[in-house]
Design a protein around this ligand. Structure first.
Ligand code: NAD
Ligand code: MG
Length: 400
């Protein structure tokens, strides 16, 4: 595992490594669409590969591509980037890609799961690399169009030709990644940290913390709407501040009381027991227990997964949240966008986008919008005058 961090930028990449090569992008979802469009705009010869009649086939056509089947695409490609869902990749690789891949080709991934857990074992003549953008596809596309990029991870699993790394970095360059910095890693490190992050902190940890906090307040007799604001809604404001400037920036904006509570109570919530559980979850990732469980689940109709998902969405906080969010005018636009295309916004951008909430209809909660009023123009002007500090500072102070 690499402990020294190496980063690569525009000057380190040589996009001519892709000259005369054809890149097949298999899958046209969140990442696939963004990669295919960015590669094409960077002058790379791209072919989009999809199942005939799949639901994104028409979308690819509307974007000006002429999709081929994965079999056809693999035959003409020098680089095949597997961007169909992780649980579909092994089958697509075995049935369509492997039998048609030219010797000396590059097999590329955006996540290391299948290679790391040996669901895909390419032959020794193939370069196996990864470029994993650290953001959703819509952001990869939007940043590219704006002349920026999303940071990526780069890893080489197998270097058959001696050019694997060069090809990977050229690809990162073409999708805009080197504009934002590309960090070198391994398939093992990317896979294990990615799974741990989503399980312990980002998806699993965060939602359970929110739901447990909400339930504690509701069980103690507080109004669900108030509990929702305290435990879920305001989390975004805190996360935006941490994202922009770490814990230090968050500390700049919360009250002294909030800070004292954070420092003395936080470690009692995430205590030794929680840390031990985190280690347990990490061990299950490292020894393959989690991967086996998830692969087995996908062999059948995913009964357990679907049951858990249903239960998760039936929690009281989901019903309260839906009611509350219906009153938040500034959320309507993003709620109508497909979740896969959700883009991250900074606290400043979000604040600038906020419009005064409409007066709640009779009988509806008065809480929504209450803390976040302020005209869009006013906020935008203020954000422009004194960027981050003023806008998120005021936003934060209105809460505490
Ligand atoms: P997605 O679910 O958004 O899109 C999947 C695409 O693959 C769709 O176009 C679908 O029609 C197509 N597809 C499904 N089955 C197929 C098959 N059998 N043959 C050909 N095409 C098929 O996928 P995604 O979220 O973009 O994930 C793609 C890869 O990128 C995964 O390895 C994932 O781990 C990785 N990744 C995703 C994100 C993200 O933000 N979504 C971020 C980093 C890395
Ligand atoms: Mg959960």
């Amino acid at each position: 595992m690499t402990n020294k961090t190496t980063m690569y930028w525009e000057k380190d990449a040589d996009q001519t490594a892709l000259n005369g090569k054809t890149v097949a992008v298999v899958g046209y979802g969140s990442q696939g669409r963004a990669h295919a469009m960015n590669l094409r705009d960077s002058g790379v010869d791209v072919v989009v590969a999809l199942r005939k009649g799949g639901k994104t086939w028409t979308q690819a056509e509307n974007d000006g591509f002429s999709p081929k089947t994965p079999e056809e695409a693999a035959k003409v490609a020098d680089v095949v980037c597997l961007l169909c869902p992780d649980m579909a990749q092994a089958k697509v690789y075995a049935e369509a890609v492997a039998p048609n891949l030219k010797p000396g080709s590059t097999l590329m991934f955006a996540h290391g799961f299948n290679v790391h857990y040996k669901q895909i074992q390419p032959d020794a003549k193939t370069d196996v690399v990864m470029i994993a953008p650290k953001g959703p596809g819509a952001l990869v596309r939007r940043q590219y169009e704006e002349g920026r990029g999303v940071p990526c991870l780069v890893a080489v699993f197998q270097d058959a030709t001696g050019n694997a790394f060069k090809t990977a970095l050229a690809y990162a360059h073409a999708i805009g990644g080197t504009r934002a910095g590309v960090i070198e890693t391994t398939f093992a490190e990317e896979t294990e940290t990615d799974l741990f992050g989503e399980q312990a902190v980002l998806c699993g940890g965060a939602t359970e913390l929110v739901a447990a906090g909400f339930q504690t307040l509701v069980d103690a007799g507080y109004k669900p709407e108030v509990a929702y604001f305290e435990c879920l809604h305001e989390l975004k404001l805190i996360v935006d501040l941490i994202y922009e400037g770490g814990f230090a920036r968050m500390h700049e904006f919360v009250s002294e009381t909030a800070k004292f509570g954070d420092l003395t109570r936080g470690p009692r919530i995430v205590d030794e027991h929680v840390r031990a559980k985190m280690k347990e979850v990490l061990t299950e990732i490292q020894d393959g227990t989690f991967a086996r469980e998830w692969i087995d689940e996908n062999k059948g109709p995913r009964t357990r997964y679907n049951e858990l998902l249903k239960k998760d969405l039936e929690q009281p906080i989901e019903a309260v949240g839906k009611r509350m969010r219906d009153n938040m005018s500034w959320l309507q636009e993003s709620q109508n966008a497909p979740a896969k295309n959700a883009q991250t916004q900074t606290a400043v951008e979000k604040f600038a986008a906020i419009k005064p909430a409409p007066k709640p209809a009779q009988g509806q909660s008065e809480h929504a919008g209450g803390c976040c009023g302020g005209s869009a123009t006013e906020a935008k002007e203020e954000a422009e005058r004194e960027p981050a500090t003023t806008a998120s500072g005021r936003f934060a102070r209105e809460i505490w």
